[in-house]
Write a protein that binds this ligand. Sequence first.
Ligand SMILES: C[S@@+](CC[C@H](N)C(=O)[O-])C[C@H]1O[C@@H](n2cnc3c(N)ncnc32)[C@H](O)[C@@H]1O
Length: 408
Amino acid sequence: MVRNWILEALCAVVADGAYSNLYLKKHLREVDEKDRALATTIFYGTLRNYTYCQRMWSQYSNGNKVHKKIRVLLTMSVYQLLFLEKVPAYAVISEAVSLAKMIRPQAAGFVNAILRKVDRERKIEFRDDVDEIATTYSIAPWLVKMWIAQYGADRALAFAKASLDTQSLSVRRNVMKDKPEVDRLQELRDPIYQYTGNTLEADPLYREGVVSPQDLGAYEIVRVLDPKPEEMILDVCAAPGTKTMAIAETMRDRGHVVALDLHPHRVALIQNDIRRLHLKNVEARCQDATDLSGLGLYDRVLCDVPCTGYGTLSRKPDIKLHLDPATMDTLIPVQAAILEQAAAHVKPGGVLVYSTCTLNQKENEKQVAKFLKSHPAFSLDMEKTIEPSKTTNGFYVAKLKKSADDVL
Ligand SMILES: C[S@@+](CC[C@H](N)C(=O)[O-])C[C@H]1O[C@@H](n2cnc3c(N)ncnc32)[C@H](O)[C@@H]1O
């Protein structure tokens, strides 16, 4: 029964902290092929709208203590009642009651009554504007307030809305391949385009290294870095390697790219892609970027630091479930230490690019401004926020240039 599978999948993410994308990658094959699209829609839709759906039913629970699996069941059932037009309400409620009977028979009547009430009323009384945005888009109120303070009310609302988008998948055409089957793709001037196939990983074009998944905004960061063939490039936080591979292809497998990451299992992901793409100019190594002593000097250094990921909420909706300001407090000093170390390996006249996939000026503009204040050899060439939308995650990128006459 597909809804039982969805319930187990949601419990794994909500209660056990599994990553939504990794869970689906591993377990979606357990679902009948004909039900996979529906299972994915309910799984991601519930995660993206979790707070909203939970608030919708819990306002009628009269303070009753509700078993944790029944809570998830109610939340996913409310998602279906409110967002899935093709599934009739009676079917959603009767499936939920059947599941409740299996999990906790004494809760079946409660589940039935609550879902009927939600289906009739379909409304929430909001306390104020922040509560309305936070609840409607399932974002923590502190993050909504922070976005309003940093970016203004209109952009904060746009960021929150974008967190509910279902994003299309884009791919990067390998500019080095000139096989007949890619002639059509080469007619497209831009190497990045929307993927229209079913499963990218099963696509021969992917397996043969002709195309690779790449977010539009992530590719924009590679354009800002602007690597040239024959150059020496350092990518200090590189895994899984999507930008590294775009850099190496742009360089037409010439020059040299050193790709580092802290975690061995993530370095293995970079190595897998080096093999799939048959690249010779990339070397992947496990190294902590807060200590880069012993490395030489590079023409361009990319610092794509670990961050809070607030620009990726629609693709990784589980981040919404665990939003905690303490996360940024831990990450900000690590980002500063990585930037400091990376800067020491930029040649005089070279380029340093700092990027994140988050929407938080403390990790972005302020981090770069603080760095520039204490590093007079660097100047800001450009910085921009790439706003999240149906076609891209949100990113921040800053390009810094090192003075050519910096004393070594
Ligand atoms: C934003 S992700 C990088 C994404 C990658 N550049 C890409 O485009 O595919 C940040 C990466 O930093 C790595 N990381 C975290 N702390 C690190 C450290 N101290 N040194 C090096 N890498 C680190 C994480 O393992 C993660 O893979």
